[in-house]
Write a protein that binds this ligand. Structure first.
Ligand code: PMP
Length: 298
């Protein structure tokens, strides 16, 4: 993720990653009381480095902090400018950008009175790989919204994601699928879910998921491409009757599924609406025109 030349941004200053320090007596380290974002920069068709939906990511960063009572004294335009500067100082064009809001020393369980911020970046390929995913229904549920602010990207919540991913790996799968506390399909450890059935696209509504920025982009693309879309709750049994399923997220982008609990889906990925949306998403982040009519029908 970094080497001796890597530069990061911390509290208004640009520093060498190897020289930056953090106090070990803080709530962020001890209790997972921190907030993060995951953002991607792309080199667009015009050759410019562009951070995809930077404003939306920093709006969520702010909301995530506010939801868990971390003060937010930052100006998002300045933080976005800092992201571009970090990319430039590290000679990066396509990168994953990680802002993190954390707390100064304090070992109590009282809400933070001050927030620090860091922004780092590294080059990261498709997070879940390029291959279709073999997914396992997790024995872990997503955190109950009555126990956490689940719409906040709070660091500590990600222990749930780590447990589910690890369980899937130990059982020989690529990734996990988590249900909500009522047994409906929620999302992946770090991605939202969509499925195709009879020419229509479905996705769980907000409530028990992180409302992803990629999810919002896929919904926009469905509207633009005239693909019918419905947000609704559904079970694993219904998901198993899908024509195709895919995960989407900033790090993972759009990635199709091979199977769920060893059972495949009706359509080959190559001829699915998922694949069409995967191509449309790639075009959107690269600011390329996407002409559905030009996509060969497989
Ligand atoms: N759900 C969870 C639990 C996530 O961690 C992520 C990744 N941030 C997503 C969904 C997808 O969100 P986004 O598209 O904003 O990256």
């Amino acid at each position: 993720y970094y080497n001796e030349n890597t530069i990061l941004y911390v509290n208004g200053e640009y520093k060498k990653a190897t020289a930056a320090t953090i106090d070990l007596y803080g709530q962020s380290l001890h209790y997972g009381y921190a907030v993060f974002e995951g953002i991607r920069a792309y080199k667009t068709a015009e050759g410019k480095v562009k951070i995809f939906k930077a404003k939306e990511h920093f709006d969520r960063f702010k909301r995530s902090c506010e939801l868990i009572h971390m003060p937010y004294p930052f100006n998002n335009d300045e933080l976005i400018a800092a992201c571009y500067k970090v990319l430039e100082m590290n000679n990066m064009e396509e990168a994953y950008i990680r802002p993190l809001a954390f707390c100064p020393p304090n070992m109590t369980l009282k809400a933070a009175s001050e927030t620090h911020v860091l922004i780092c970046a590294w080059e990261w390929g498709a997070y879940l790989g390029e291959k279709l995913l073999r997914v396992m229904t997790s024995s872990y549920q997503r955190p109950n919204p009555k126990a956490f602010k689940i719409e906040s990207k709070t660091a500590g919540l990600y222990v749930n994601s780590i447990l589910a991913s690890q369980e899937a790996k130990e059982n020989g799968y690529d990734e996990a699928l988590l249900l909500d506390m009522n047994g409906n399909v929620a999302e992946g450890p770090g991605a939202n879910l969509f499925f195709e059935k009879d020419g229509k696209i479905f996705t769980p509504p907000p409530g028990n998921i992180l409302p992803g920025i990629t999810r919002a982009t896929v919904i926009e693309l469905c509207h633009e491409l005239g693909i019918p879309l419905e947000e609704k709750l559904f079970t694993v049994d219904e998901l198993k009757t899908a024509d195709c399923v895919f995960y989407c997220g900033t790090a993972a982008e759009v990635v199709g599924w091979d199977s769920l609990d060893g059972q495949g889906f009706k359509k080959p990925w190559a001829s699915s609406l998922g694949k069409l949306l995967q191509q449309a998403y790639k075009a959107r982040v690269l600011e390329k025109e996407f002409d559905r009519a030009a996509v060969p029908v497989v």
